[in-house]
Design a protein around this ligand. Structure first.
Ligand code: ADP
Ligand code: MG
Ligand code: ZN
Length: 454
């Protein structure tokens, strides 16, 4: 289908009740997918509307069917419920469903007048004879529109979401070469993208739609803990700086919506640390509370509420914080100690400045913590009992080394991300410590590594 912009908007509105596309990227991906001439790869952050990229085309090609591979039954259920509410017929086939449900779904798929538009399937189904027969039937009858692989990074052993079942999808790709494939993911380092292309056997040249990773409103830096004297005081001053950037905010405090108050997140490795830092900071006058999985439900909800409503300005959290929580006025994200990997850091720090205004992302990097992590991660490799576990442990260690490289090199921080994600180098100019003060970073790094004041 080739469709003009206005008609496309009409369809978007009619089926999904959205009045605009979320981004040009979303729109352009949809236009390309609708042409059905190439395989398409979409990489956009969580929440940016990747599902629509295949759901709208799937509907416009109905009564043809679109098959969607998705890693979790819970995820599939969310999608199916959402589509059913929109009066779009979506079904799933998975190992947990009842015999009668399965019969109902299959009856429709094998009927002359198919009403199912989207069929969600777990990847382990792909290898079964039953599924291969279904697929071959749909292709023979010319009833298949697309094959979609959601969370496509699960094919890659580089990430922590690796799913062996995803590996068998590639053989399906080769079986029916004329059906266009669509792969979507939120986390795509250059290595993972390569894995997705080769493992899924996507037809080259693949059309790619990726959100550029550079966010010009975020200022990144690394503080070498051993070079700054009292690190808690240092942190306190940083918080003051970030939260008072817009001094007017404070003046108009009574007038403004408290949920739009500037706020910040401090990520810590352990629960104990979240408690400790919250205590220290609150003694120094910061409005702060710890947030972690160890809190009772009631306490956790209370902290969450207080943070969302602006009554608490800073939270010290373990990385589990943030699931489903989105506040646009986060003015800083501190990592008290190293994040676990570059993509994790990119994602966690990326919670800052969602409103597009200046926000700061900082790592406090300490030698002591680095050495202890090095020890822990190395021991995990030697202690791994299975090959699988050893692989995971090794990969964690590799990610840790990459993170050290980020902290301990005098390279543009944004450039480092771009390189990692396979993007072109951004024009950082002064959006990180290295670009704005290269000599200063070099000096601090020397002190950190060699312990000398040269
Ligand atoms: P992703 O898979 O990229 O994490 P989803 O596809 O789950 O994101 O979409 C996230 C949210 O964005 C959903 O609530 C969806 O309804 C909404 N959304 C998608 N496209 C649009 C749009 N064009 N306008 C408004 N909301 C949209
Ligand atoms: Mg999604
Ligand atoms: Zn830079």
């Amino acid at each position: 289908i080739s469709i003009d912009s206005n008609t496309l908007l009409e369809k978007l509105n009619h089926y999904f009740h959205h009045s605009t596309f979320k981004s040009d990227l979303q729109k352009n991906a949809i236009i390309t997918i609708l042409k059905r001439q190439v395989d398409v790869f979409v990489s956009m952050p969580t929440g940016s509307g990747k599902s629509l990229c295949y759901q709208l085309p799937a509907i416009l090609y109905s009564p043809k069917i679109t098959i969607v591979f998705s890693p979790l039954i819970a995820l599939m259920k969310d999608q199916v419920d959402h589509l059913m509410r929109l009066k779009i017929r979506a079904e799933t086939i998975n190992s947990k469903m009842t015999v009668s449900d399965r019969k109902r779904v299959l009856n429709d798929l094998y009927s002359v007048q198919v009403t199912t538009s989207l069929l969600y399937v777990t990847p382990e189904q792909a290898a079964t004879d039953f599924f291969k027969n279904l697929l071959s039937y749909l292709v023979r009858k010319n009833k298949l529109a697309y094959i979609v692989v959601d969370e496509a990074h699960c094919v890659s052993q580089w990430g922590h979401d690796f799913r062996p079942d995803y590996l068998s999808l590639g053989s399906l790709r080769k079986l029916y070469y004329q059906i266009p494939w669509i792969a979507l993911t939120a986390t795509a380092s250059a290595d993972v993208v390569k894995d997705i292309m080769t493992t899924l056997c996507l037809k080259t040249p693949v059309s790619k739609f990726s959100t550029p990773c550079f966010r010009a409103n975020l200022f990144y830096d690394v503080i070498f803990d051993d070079t700054i004297g009292n690190s808690y005081q240092h942190l306190k001053e940083f918080i003051d700086l970030c939260l008072c950037d817009d001094i007017n905010c404070l003046k108009n405090e009574a007038n403004i919506n408290p949920s739009k108050q500037p706020c910040g997140i401090i990520y810590c490795r352990t629960r104990d640390l979240t408690e400790e830092i919250a205590t220290v900071l609150s003694r120094r006058g910061v409005s702060v509370a710890p947030y972690h999985a160890g809190l009772k439900d009631k306490e956790r909800l209370a902290v969450q509420e207080a943070f969302m409503s602006g009554h608490i300005q800073v939270i010290t959290a373990t990385v589990s914080f943030g699931m489903g929580i989105d506040k646009s006025t986060v003015r800083f994200v501190v990592h008290w100690g190293m994040p676990s990997s570059i993509p994790a850091y990119y994602q966690e720090s990326g919670r800052a400045g969602r409103d597009g205004e200046l926000a700061r992302c900082r790592i406090y990097h300490s030698k002591k913590e680095k050495n202890s992590l090095d020890f822990i991660l190395k021991s995990a490799i030697t202690q791994a009992k299975t090959q699988d576990k050893q692989k995971k442990a090794k990969s964690s260690y590799q990610m840790f080394l990459k993170m050290i490289q980020y902290c301990e090199s005098v390279l543009c921080r944004h450039g480092f991300f771009a390189d990692y994600f396979g993007d072109t180098k951004p024009e950082c100019i002064d959006k990180c410590d290295v670009c704005s003060n290269k000599e200063g970073v070099k000096l601090d790094l020397d002190v950190f590594i060699y312990g000398i004041n040269s």
